[in-house]
Write a protein that binds this ligand. Structure first.
Ligand SMILES: N[C@@H](CCC(=O)N[C@@H](CS)C(=O)NCC(=O)O)C(=O)O
Length: 221
């Protein structure tokens, strides 16, 4: 059986978790705290010293992008068409670009400064605002409504959905739920994704952070 080991938060592991769920195969979600992480690290269980890792029947794989792609293949999300798969990967890499602008804010100790730095990323034309608008354009121009124009859901959708909406859960100081409202097409895309049967079923539970993946999470009703 496959086993994901990570912290409780969605963070770097959520696309892998969702893909494993969509695979329909049994899998184990192992959640550790900081001490648990240190123990794994000291025991030499983490190839590069970080979480998440994925334990497979053949051994452990590390790095969130690698394990996400592994899990997506297991779920049958890959396209046989090389160009289509290339476009899926292109969108994933573009989304990862946001993380490189967001990550430094974690290292700002002063709360007000941290909040200001995050809010600045959402100013018109700034990195995250521009990224969210790119996603809206991809959705708008897709003949199928799937972000990479695929016939069915792809890994680009899993990544876009999770990485976008996880930002608005309240987990991150400075980013409030209402900050998604200026992106109406993303809210439409949210409805499409959150109602996808395997996704809807997986998030049909109470969760401090994962409420953002439920249908109607951002509706004003
Ligand atoms: N390149 C790694 C980075 C993973 C990463 O930064 N993990 C964090 C948790 S979100 C971690 O293990 N931090 C422990 C530390 O910094 O000591 C990946 O994509 O998997």
């Amino acid at each position: 059986m496959h086993e994901v080991i990570y912290f409780e938060s969605p963070g770097y592991a959520e696309p892998t978790r969702l893909c494993l769920e969509l695979s329909g195969q049994p899998w184990k979600n192992t959640v550790v705290d900081w001490d648990g992480y240190q123990e794994l690290k000291e025991a030499g269980e983490l190839p590069w010293g970080f979480l998440p890792v994925l334990k497979t029947p053949q051994g452990t794989i590390a790095e969130s992008g690698a394990i996400m792609r592994y899990a997506a293949s297991l779920a049958g999300l890959d396209s046989d068409d090389l160009y289509t798969q290339g476009k899926v990967n292109e969108i994933i890499d573009v989304i990862d670009g946001w993380r490189t602008s967001f990550t430094p804010t974690f290292y700002i100790d002063d709360l007000e400064e941290k909040i200001a730095a995050r809010k600045a990323l959402f100013e018109p034309g700034a990195k995250i605002d521009a990224g969210l608008k790119v996603l809206e354009t991809l959705f708008e121009n897709s003949p199928t409504g799937w972000i990479a124009g695929t016939e069915d859901i792809s890994l680009a959708d899993v990544k876009a959905f999770l990485n976008t909406f996880m930002m608005f859960s309240g987990q991150f100081d400075g980013i409030e739920e209402t900050m998604i409202q200026p992106y109406p097409l993303l809210l439409e895309y949210h409805q499409k994704m959150a109602n996808y049967p395997g996704i809807k079923a997986y998030y049909d539970r109470e969760d401090e952070w994962r409420w953002v993946f439920k249908p109607d999470a951002f509706s004003n009703d």
